[in-house]
Design a protein around this ligand. Structure first.
Ligand SMILES: C[S@@+](CC[C@H](N)C(=O)[O-])C[C@H]1O[C@@H](n2cnc3c(N)ncnc32)[C@H](O)[C@@H]1O
Length: 278
């Protein structure tokens, strides 16, 4: 029987040959999942002999990765901000760029603050905010029942106490909030075909597709958001590269004037923080 190290090295080579850009990291993550060990331990454990069961699980995972299944869907986990989130392809994988929302809002949180994460997906944004201040009152909403059930699972794993609302934007939301965070779909029709094949094949399109202009869903959000904001309320919205000027036009048209934009690590505007005019 092969020891784990030679199995690991041969599978890493296979992934490289299959064209996986992230073959090193991917092999390590699948290895640690298949053998039930932490990532930090994975190097040391490669030298021991593995059981047939663990070896076959690892080989099976590598075969799925080699045909393009994202590593996160194979190991059912993706890290975001300070935690790991369960993911399985039924919701969008949390993206590092969305951590900017946490960075910008974490210092605004106060005890008792009513926070809504609209279009919560895995729940990564709202749940991360709760972990920054567990005295907020958190609501997670999505129109996808699968997203709600997955975000419930993540809330339970992270021991977060919050409410879940099944709602198409604000259609089923009656309350007002001090902070609304949202990362709604914003990929324009013409840009959709330029997404990575892995994303098109393995991530839910309703989480990505923002209509003809990319801002179609966001425009409907803007129509409804004002009456759900408390006095001095704020909403924080992620958007796509190059959409800042059109978004600003839409915000001004909806009578929002207190707007700040935030740039991502590539120095591109990706986030709007909007205060209610009182
Ligand atoms: C880009 S994903 C973001 C998911 C998560 N918030 C994150 O940042 O990883 C957009 C989410 O919005 C949800 N969504 C799309 N249109 C919606 C609508 N009209 N009403 C409510 N949720 C919607 C999708 O189901 C998806 O979970």
């Amino acid at each position: 029987m092969k020891n784990k190290q030679s199995l690991f090295l041969s599978k890493k080579k296979l992934l490289k040959e299959a064209g996986c850009d992230d073959y090193k990291e991917s092999a390590k993550r699948m290895f640690s999942k298949a053998y039930g060990i932490s990532l930090a331990q994975s190097y040391r454990y490669q030298t021991y002999e593995g059981s047939n069961e663990n070896n076959s699980l690892f080989s099976e995972m590598v075969s799925r990765r080699a045909v393009g299944v994202p590593t996160s869907h194979i190991v059912c986990s993706r890290s975001f901000w300070k935690n790991e989130f369960y993911v399985d392809g039924t919701v969008l994988d949390p993206r590092p760029e969305s951590e900017l929302i946490i960075d910008v809002t974490k210092n605004l949180l106060f005890d008792g603050m009513r926070v809504l994460d609209l279009g919560c997906g895995s729940g990564c944004i709202g749940l991360s905010l709760y972990k920054e201040n567990s005295n907020i009152t958190l609501f997670l909403a999505d129109f996808s029942k699968k997203a709600l059930s997955l975000s419930k699972r993540n809330a339970k794993d992270l021991m977060v106490d919050c409410e879940f609302i099944h709602s198409d934007l604000f259609s089923n939301i009656r309350n007002k909030f001090d902070l609304i965070v949202t990362n709604l779909p914003y990929i324009a029709k013409d840009d959709f075909c330029f997404l990575q094949k892995e994303i098109i094949l393995h991530e839910p399109h309703e989480a990505l597709y923002g209509g003809q202009s990319g801002l179609d869903v966001i425009k409907v959000f803007l129509d409804g958001v004002y009456k759900h904001m408390n006095r001095n309320g704020i909403f924080v919205l992620e958007f796509g590269k190059g959409q800042d000027l059109s978004l600003k036009r839409e915000l001004l048209r909806s009578n929002f004037n207190k707007i700040s934009f935030y740039k991502d690590l590539n120095n591109v505007n990706r986030l709007a923080c909007v205060k209610k005019d009182t």
